[in-house]
Design a protein. Structure first.
Ligand code: PHE
Length: 482
C-alpha cells in the first residue's frame, strides 16, 4: 500500500472510554508503508479478536474443571490483573514504539543487545501454537457440518463421533488444511483489507452468538448446579501446578508472551490511548472466558455429566450430547449446534490470524519478504509442523499425546516470553522510554507509578516464583524417582 511517510498527529484526546468511541472514525495514520489500522476501534477489535479464541471457550473451561472450579477462577483473575494486564500494555508500547514485529521492534529499541532473542522465542512460539491450534480449529468446521446434517440426535454416541473423526488421518489433515488456508488468505490480504475487514464482520457475529447461547444455557434445568460448581471455590485443589496452569492460561488467552500485541501495536498511530486499549482488550477477553463458563457448565450439568476429565472432550463430546437434547428435535439441536461451532470457529480464526501475522510480519520487516509470499510459505510450513498434532489423537498411535505436548511447551514459552518482555521494558529498554511512548497518546497517564512497579518488580517476581516452584517440583520428582 502506498502511503506518505510523515506521521500525522491529530489533536490530543482525553483518556477514557469517550475518547475510544470518539476516535472510532479517526483517519488512518501512515506508518512507514507497513500497513496500519483504519481506526482505533479497528485495532481494539483486532486485538480482542486475537485474544478471544479457543483459549476462552475450549481451554479455559477445561482448566477450570481440572483446577477446582471457582478456586482456579480466582487465581486466574489475580494473574490477569497483576501480571497479564501490565504485560499487555508493555507489549502494545513496544510495538508502537518499535514499529515492527517482536524481533525487529526489540532490535530497533535496543540495538546491539541480545534482548531480541525474546522476540525470536515469541515468533517460534507463534509457529508452535498455530501448528496445533489449526488442528483443533479444523474440528470446529467439521462439527459445523455434522451439526447442520442433524447428526446430534438423542441416540448419537458423541464419543464415538469424536473418536472416529480424530482417528481418521484424512479428515484431520483435510480440516487442518481448510482452516489454515482461511487464515492464510486473510493475512495475505494485509492489515487493513484482510485482518481489519475480517474482524469487523466476525466479531459482532461472535458476540450475538455468544449471548444467544448463554441465554439458552442459563435457562436449562440443572443450570444452577453447573454455576455452583463453576463459581464455588474449592481451595483444597490448589497446588503449584494450578498456579502455572493459571498463569499460562492467562498468557495464552490474552495472546501475550509471543508478540501478537507487539505486532498489532506496530500498526498503530501515536494518538492511540494504549492503557485504555489494553484494559478494553484484557477486560473483554476475561469477560468472554467467564461467560463461556456460563454456557458450558450449566450445559454439562443439564446433561447429567460431571465436568472432570477435561481435555478436548469437554467441548467436542459433551456439548454435542446437549445439542441432541434440545427441544424441537431435530431442529433445536441443529440450530444451537451450528451456532456453537460457528462461534468457536470464528473465535479461532481471528486468533489464528494474529498468530500467523506475527511470523509473517517478522519475514516482511526483517527479511524483506513480500507479504503474500510470506503468508503462503509460512502458512504451508506451519501446516506441515501441525501434521503430527493432527495425527496424534488416534490416527497414528505412536504420535499419541503430541498435540498436548505442543500445547504444554507453549504454556512455558509464553510465560518465559512474558517474563522477557517485562524485564525488557522495566530494565532493558527502560521505563522512561516506555512512559514517554505511552504519554504520546495519553498525556495524563494516571497509573504510571502503579504500572511501573507492576512491570518492573511484581510481574517478573510473580512469574519467577510460579515457574521456579514448578521447576523445583519437577526436579524433586526426578530425584525421588531415582
Ligand atoms: N488468545 C488466543 C486464544 O485465546 C490464542 C493465542 C495465543 C493467539 C497467543 C495469539 C497468541 O485462543
Amino acid at each position: 500500500m502506498l502511503v506518505p511517510s510523515a506521521p500525522v498527529r491529530g489533536p490530543r484526546r482525553s483518556s477514557g472510554l469517550d475518547s475510544l468511541v470518539s476516535n472510532m472514525t479517526n483517519a488512518p495514520i501512515p506508518n512507514n508503508g507497513r500497513g496500519n489500522w483504519g481506526s482505533r476501534f479497528a485495532f481494539v477489535l483486532a486485538a480482542a479478536g486475537s485474544a478471544i479464541g479457543l483459549g476462552n471457550i475450549w481451554r479455559f473451561p477445561v482448566s477450570v474443571s481440572e483446577g477446582g472450579g471457582g478456586a482456579f477462577l480466582l487465581i486466574y483473575l489475580f494473574c490477569v490483573a497483576v501480571v497479564a494486564l501490565p504485560v499487555m500494555l508493555a507489549e502494545m508500547v513496544v510495538g508502537r514504539a518499535g514499529e515492527k514485529n517482536p524481533v525487529g521492534a526489540m532490535r530497533h529499541l535496543k540495538p546491539k543487545s541480545p534482548w531480541f532473542l525474546f522476540g525470536a522465542l515469541g515468533v517460534l512460539t507463534g509457529v508452535i501454537i498455530l501448528s496445533f491450534y489449526s488442528v483443533i480449529a479444523g474440528w470446529t468446521i467439521y462439527y459445523v457440518i455434522e451439526a447442520a446434517r442433524g447428526t446430534f440426535q438423542p441416540d448419537t454416541d458423541t464419543e464415538a463421533l469424536f473418536e472416529n473423526m480424530a482417528a481418521s488421518g484424512g479428515i484431520e489433515l483435510l480440516f487442518h488444511a481448510v482452516f489454515m488456508i482461511l487464515t492464510i488468505v486473510v493475512v495475505a490480504a494485509g492489515v487493513r483489507k484482510g485482518i481489519e475487514r475480517t474482524v469487523k464482520i466476525l466479531m459482532p457475529l461472535f458476540f450475538v452468538l455468544l449471548v444467544v447461547l448463554m441465554l439458552r444455557a442459563l435457562t436449562l434445568p440443572g443450570a444452577a448446579e453447573g454455576i455452583a460448581f463453576y463459581l464455588k471455590p474449592d481451595f483444597s485443589q490448589i497446588t503449584g501446578g494450578i498456579w502455572v496452569m493459571a498463569i499460562g492460561q492467562a498468557f495464552f488467552s490474552l495472546s501475550l508472551g509471543m508478540g501478537a500485541m507487539i505486532t498489532y501495536g506496530s500498526y498503530l498511530n501515536k494518538q492511540e490511548n494504549l492503557p485504555v486499549s489494553a484494559a478494553c482488550v484484557a477486560g473483554a477477553d476475561t469477560l468472554i472466558a467467564i461467560l463461556a463458563g456460563l454456557i458450558i457448565f450449566p450445559a454439562i450439568f443439564f446433561a447429567g455429566m460431571t465436568p472432570g476429565g477435561g481435555g478436548p472432550a469437554l467441548v467436542f463430546i459433551t456439548l454435542p450430547q446437549i445439542f441432541a437434547q434440545m427441544p424441537w428435535a431435530p431442529y433445536g439441536g441443529m440450530l444451537f449446534g451450528v451456532a456453537f461451532f460457528v462461534l468457536l470457529g470464528v473465535a479461532a480464526l481471528t486468533s489464528a490470524i494474529s498468530l500467523l501475522e506475527v511470523v509473517v510480519a517478522h519475514m516482511v520487516d526483517d527479511w524483506k519478504w513480500n507479504r503474500r509470499k510470506s503468508a503462503w510459505i509460512l502458512g504451508g510450513v506451519i501446516y506441515v509442523i501441525g501434521i503430527p498434532s493432527a495425527l496424534s489423537l488416534g490416527a497414528v498411535p505412536a504420535l499419541s499425546g503430541f498435540l498436548g505436548i505442543m500445547d504444554g511447551i507453549a504454556n512455558y514459552t509464553l510465560v518465559i516470553g512474558g517474563l522477557g518482555l517485562a524485564l525488557f521494558v522495566g530494565w532493558g529498554w527502560g521505563l522512561g522510554h516506555a512512559l514517554a511512548e505511552i504519554r504520546e497518546g495519553t498525556p495524563g497517564f494516571r497509573l504510571a507509578k502503579v504500572w511501573s512497579v507492576l512491570i518492573r518488580y511484581v510481574a517478573p517476581a510473580a512469574i519467577t516464583v510460579i515457574l521456579g516452584n514448578q521447576i523445583f517440583q519437577l526436579v524433586r520428582k526426578m530425584i525421588a524417582g531415582f
